[in-house]
Design a protein around this ligand. Structure first.
Ligand SMILES: Cc1cc2nc3c(=O)[nH]c(=O)nc-3n(C[C@H](O)[C@H](O)[C@H](O)COP(=O)(O)OP(=O)(O)OC[C@H]3O[C@@H](n4cnc5c(N)ncnc54)[C@H](O)[C@@H]3O)c2cc1C
Ligand code: SF4
Length: 570
């Protein structure tokens, strides 16, 4: 048993335990419960019930005391989380505040978190692009990290499975580097985005502009109505939680679905401290939980454990799961637990102005934007850096509203704004190369108020990232110039890693237990009833927003766990 002195009480035994109720934990819970396993969902934060606990969802702009701006004193108290574009007066209650949960930054890292039922699935930007074999084959082809133990064909049916349930709006673009999925009707590009698409696709044989696929119900299907979700109304107030369930989050979809089966139990306020490894049985028998309010330590038992606490917290839990057999963290014989951490490089932006389409506006809303799939180093190595970047792209008409006047004259001024030119903008989504020197670890001296060591973070950009930023700015500037955009400006924010909110790695998948922690089913090589299917499992990062891949890997791993693992009692 473990080597610390906190009383724990044997309380409950389940078939399966899921740690975390966010994007990936919600999927683990839904799948396990659907397959008939008595499943305990442990969530460190409070419960957030769909609709009931979205306090701002129907508020009008004038009902916000600060007109949706975060008050200055809150910004000053929260220098990290207030950097996130979605930390706003209408949504800040879903974000972890800087002082609530400290961590150690050996190098600057902006850790953006949501500790509640639903995790960060409440506040995400809903972008959902599949990976292709250009991504899964990347490490083997380009000689970094280790080879993925899976290929696109292994996960493709699970992308489809997840997409049908989640509801993804998109077009069949027929691109080999960004495979099509099971799409609801997509959201059209506007006229300037469409114009840029035409120019780019007729100029470059390998570059495309598409409408970004997103987790919105543009046309709900029976499976979505069964979840109690309805049509997306394009309010674009998703960060508040959507009253219609128009976008996917765990709160409107997977968690209530799991609970409805009668097989799942949700326990909020339950901070998982560590996994219990039984040296005699040679397996994990359960988890230790600290009740976040009473601070009582409780043990829960199960034959299968899914660790879905979000990449960094999953690393922390496993590193803190020490035993006689695994003194350096669960399954960590090779010393690689926490290492080969990675993220996405979101530093660069290029913007410009377009003077065409003077008679057209971009009034109206849509919950997504344009997307430029990766074009660098796809088919062959062509630059002085490895891998590549995708980009978000959007165009909008500038509008100058006149707030002068009172009564009729004010109304008239507001209804007849001055239209300016079109602004176009793009932001980079770059792949970073996982390296042994980039790691998440545990601080040897400091603990939080639940007796858990603080996480320490030591990740940084490298020369490859610097070259990629320079290339992004050069290429996007060239493409904008070619399209006749003017006033082109570029910017390298030099932001610390973390703000991309795509942290990955530390518990990577691989073929060989000597060089990886998880097998091709996301099962720990050395603790075969433990599965990790959040960002921690990622062997490399690709350029696409990763959550769709976490969800697909989760559904696939549960299917394997239930079919292949003997149902043992602990
Ligand atoms: C503003 C924003 C925009 C984003 N946009 C996109 C996007 O467009 N596309 C995309 O793919 N991704 C996006 N993301 C990232 C996406 O939200 C994450 O990839 C995804 O939520 C990760 O899922 P997860 O299950 O690993 O973690 P989470 O969703 O964070 O869930 C982890 C859960 O575990 C709980 N937990 C943590 N530690 C413990 C513990 N010790 N014990 C018990 N419970 C614990 C947490 O409280 C949390 O509820 C965005 C994120 C943000 C914040
Ligand atoms: S854009 Fe769609 S999903 Fe988002 S809040 Fe509006 S209706 Fe809901």
């Amino acid at each position: 048993m473990a080597n610390f002195n906190i009383d724990s009480t044997k309380e409950n035994t389940y078939d399966a335990i899921v740690i975390g109720s966010g994007m990936s934990g919600g999927w683990a819970a839904k799948e396990l419960a659907d397959k008939g396993l008595k499943t305990l969902i442990l969530e460190r934060g409070r419960d957030v019930k769909h609709n009931v606990d979205y306090p701002t969802t129907n508020m009008m702009p004038w009902e916000f005391k600060h007109r949706m701006q975060v008050p200055q004193e809150i910004v000053e108290e929260n220098p990290i989380v207030s950097k996130c574009y979605n930390f706003r007066e209408d949504s800040m209650h879903f974000f972890v505040k800087d002082k609530e949960h400290p961590y150690v930054q050996e190098k600057p890292f902006d850790w953006i978190r949501g500790y509640q039922v639903g995790g960060k699935s409440i506040m995400w930007a809903r972008q959902t692009q599949r990976w292709s074999d250009f991504d899964f084959e990347g490490p083997a082809r380009d000689g970094f990290a280790v080879d993925w133990p899976i290929r696109y064909k292994d996960i493709a049916p699970w992308y489809s499975y997840v997409e049908k349930f989640v509801g993804i709006a998109g077009f069949k673009d027929g691109l080999p580097n960004l495979p099509d999925g099971e799409f609801l009707p997509g959201y059209d590009l506007n006229c300037v985005e469409g114009y840029f698409k035409e120019k780019v696709e007729s100029t470059y044989k390998d570059r495309n502009i598409i409408s970004a696929r997103c987790a919105h119900l543009s046309e709900p299907q029976p499976i979505h109505l069964e979840q109690g979700r309805g049509q997306c109304m394009n309010r674009t107030l998703c960060q508040r939680g959507c009253p219609f369930g128009g976008y996917f989050n765990s709160n409107s979809s997977t968690i209530p679905w799991a609970l409805k089966t009668g097989n799942a139990t949700l326990r909020p306020f339950s901070v998982v401290h560590s996994l219990i490894y039984d040296d005699v049985k040679e397996k994990v028998t359960g988890v230790r939980v600290v009740d976040s309010e009473s601070k009582e330590m409780i043990e829960y038992y199960a034959s299968i454990v899914f660790v879905n606490a979000g990449a960094l917290n999953t690393n922390l839990i496993l590193l803190n799961s020490t035993s006689n057999r695994f003194p350096n963290g669960l399954g960590n014989d090779n010393g690689l637990l926490g290492k080969y951490a990675a993220f996405h490089n979101y530093r660069a932006r290029v913007s410009g102005r377009y003077d065409g389409f003077p008679d057209t506006t971009s009034l109206g809303r849509r919950p997504t934007s344009g997307y430029i799939p990766r074009f660098r180093n796809v088919y062959k190595q062509e630059t002085n850096f490895l891998r590549g970047y995708a980009a978000g792209f959007s165009a909008g008409r500038q509008v100058d509203r006149n707030y002068d006047g009172v009564g009729e004259s004010l109304k008239s001024n507001l209804l007849n704004p001055e239209w300016g030119g079109w602004r176009v903008g793009s932001h980079m989504m770059g792949e970073t190369i996982p390296k042994e020197s980039n790691y998440w670890g545990i601080d040897p001296t400091q603990k939080d108020e639940w007796g858990i060591p603080l996480l320490k973070v030591n990740v940084d950009y490298d020369d490859n990232d610097e070259k990629m930023v320079a290339d992004y700015i050069e290429q996007l500037t060239e493409m904008f110039t070619m399209a006749g955009f003017t006033d082109i400006q570029s910017n390298d924010s030099k932001q610390a890693p973390g703000l991309d909110i795509h942290e990955m790695g530390g518990v990577r998948m691989g073929k060989d237990p000597k060089t990886s922690l998880l097998d091709k089913w996301n099962r720990m090589h050395l603790a075969k009833n433990v599965f990790v299917t959040d960002g921690a499992c990622m062997t490399s990062t690709s350029t696409q927003n990763p959550s769709l891949t976490y969800m697909a890997l989760t559904a696939r791993a549960v299917d394997f766990a239930v079919k292949e693992m003997p149902k043992e009692t602990t």
